[in-house]
Write a protein that binds this ligand. Structure first.
Ligand code: GMT
Length: 374
C-alpha cells in the first residue's frame, strides 16, 4: 500500500505513534509518505521506503495569519495524485482530518482517509463550541476513525454525538528502544545512592499533567522511603513546580532533567513511574515505563485504567488523591519481592496487550477493510 501520514512532527505522544507506525509499516513492505511541517523527530536515519514532503507556508504580507491548514491541504492533494496514495492516515481531527477531506476534494484520484484521535482534539477542543461542529465533520467524513483508548472513543461519542464506528486501537512503543538496560553507572552519575529508590515523572508540564501532585506525592514518599524524584520534560508549569520543590525543601531530592531524548535510559534506572494527570486519553509514557519494567501509579482518568492493571502492574488512584498515591508507592517500594513481581507483570502486560506487531496489524487490517469497501 502507499500510505500518507500527517501528524504534529514535534515531540509528543501522537507524533511518536504516527512516526513509529510509519517506520513499522515501511519495514513490512508499504510505501510511506510523511506530509508534515517539519521532519518527524523520530525519523532519525534513512529509511528507503519512507518519503518526506514538507509543508511550506508562505508568509505573504497580505495574510494576517500564515495559512498553514490550506498549505497542508494543498500539499496533501499534490502527494495523493503524484504518489498515487491509497490511504491518507491523519493524526488529530483538528485540523488534520479537515485538511485531508479538503485535499481529497481537490485531488484527481480517490484516497481513503483514516483519522486517529489522540485526545486533546476531543477532550479539550471538543468542549469548545466553536470547534465542535468542525471536529464532528472531520470525524464523519473520514472513511475510518480510530481512538487510542475505549475511554476516548466513548468520550468522543458523548461529547460530539458522533454515531460513526470508532475503532479502538491502543498505542504501542518501539520495543527495540524501550527495554530495561543495565545502567547502574548512570545512577551514580546522577548522585543516586545505593539503596535509594528512584521515582520518575515524564510529561510536557502542561496544567493537565498536575505535576505539583507528583511533587506532593513524592514529598510524602520521601518521609518514609529514601528516594529521588526525576522530573523529565519542560513546559508551562515548570516554574510553579520548581517553586514548590524549593518550598517543600526537596531541592536535594528532586532532579529537574528538562527535555531528554533517551527516555528508556532514564526509565531503566527508575523503580516507579507516577502520572497524576486530570486528562489522559492513553498515557504513552506509562507504556514506555512498562516496557522498561517500571510499575506505574496513575489516576483514574481517561485511558489510564486501560494501561495500568490495578494491584498487578501498578496502582490507580482518584484524581488528586496524593495520600493514596503515596501510600501505595511506600507499600510497593518497601517490599522488594512485590516490586520485582510488579515489574515483571508490567512488562508481561505491555507485551501481551500492546505489542507493536499486534497493533500495526490492527491498522493494516483496517486499511485493507477500507480499501475493499467501495
Ligand atoms: O499529552 C499531551 O499533552 C500530548 C498529547 C499528544 O498529542 O501527543 O498526548 C495525547 O496523545 C498521546 C498519544 O496517543 C496519549 O498517550 C496522551 O494520553 C494524549 N494526551 C492527553 O490526552 C492529554
Amino acid at each position: 500500500m502507499k500510505i500518507g501520514i500527517t501528524c504534529y512532527p514535534t515531540v509528543g505522544g501522537s507524533g511518536i505513534i504516527a512516526t513509529e507506525l510509519g517506520k513499522l509499516l515501511a519495514e513490512s513492505g508499504h510505501e510511506i509518505h510523511f506530509i508534515t511541517s517539519s521532519l518527524p523527530f523520530r525519523l532519525n536515519r534513512v529509511y528507503p521506503s519512507i518519503y518526506y514532503h514538507e509543508v511550506d507556508v508562505n508568509h505573504y504580507p497580505v495574510f494576517q495569519y500564515p495559512p498553514y491548514d490550506l498549505a497542508l491541504a494543498t500539499k496533501m492533494a499534490e502527494v495523493i495524485d503524484r504518489e498515487e496514495l491509497d490511504v491518507l492516515h491523519v493524526h488529530y481531527a483538528m485540523p488534520h482530518a479537515i485538511c485531508a477531506i479538503l485535499a481529497r476534494d481537490i485531488a484527481d484520484r480517490d484516497v481513503k482517509i483514516v483519522t486517529t484521535l489522540h485526545g486533546t482534539d476531543i477532550t479539550v477542543l471538543g468542549i469548545d463550541d466553536t470547534f465542535k461542529k468542525m471536529i464532528k465533520y472531520g470525524i464523519e467524513r473520514s472513511d475510518a476513525v480510530t481512538a487510542v483508548s475505549y475511554s476516548l472513543a466513548e468520550e468522543t461519542r458523548d461529547q460530539l454525538g458522533v454515531e460513526e464506528d470508532i475503532t479502538v486501537i491502543h498505542n504501542f512503543v518501539n520495543e527495540q528502544e524501550y527495554y530495561k538496560k543495565d545502567l547502574e553507572s548512570l545512577k551514580q552519575q546522577y548522585g543516586i545512592q545505593p539503596g535509594e529508590k528512584v521515582i520518575i515523572h515524564i510529561s510536557n508540564f502542561r496544567k493537565v499533567k498536575r505535576v505539583e501532585d507528583v511533587v506532593h506525592t513524592f514529598h510524602k514518599i520521601n518521609q518514609q522511603v529514601n528516594a529521588k524524584l526525576l522530573l523529565v520534560g519542560d513546559g508551562p508549569e515548570y516554574s510553579c513546580v520548581s517553586n514548590l520543590v524549593s518550598k517543600l525543601d526537596l531541592k536535594d531530592k528532586v532532579l529537574f532533567l528538562g527535555k531528554q531524548k533517551n527516555i528508556s535510559d532514564l526509565l531503566s534506572i527508575s523503580d516507579l513511574k507516577v502520572l497524576m494527570s486530570e486528562k489522559e486519553s492513553f498515557g504513552l509514557v506509562l507504556l514506555e515505563a512498562m516496557n522498561c519494567e517500571v510499575p506505574c501509579i496513575g489516576t483514574n482518568i481517561g485511558g489510564i485504567p486501560e494501561v495500568i492493571q490495578h494491584d498487578k502492574t501498578g496502582y490507580i488512584v482518584d484524581l488528586g488523591d496524593i495520600d493514596q498515591a503515596a501510600n501505595y508507592a511506600i507499600y510497593l517500594l518497601k517490599d522488594e519481592d512485590l516490586l520485582r513481581t510488579f515489574s515483571k507483570n508490567a512488562l508481561a502486560f505491555a507485551q501481551s496487550s500492546f505489542h507493536s506487531s499486534m497493533i500495526v496489524k490492527q491498522y493494516v487490517n483496517l486499511y485493507d477493510e477500507m480499501l475493499q469497501t467501495e
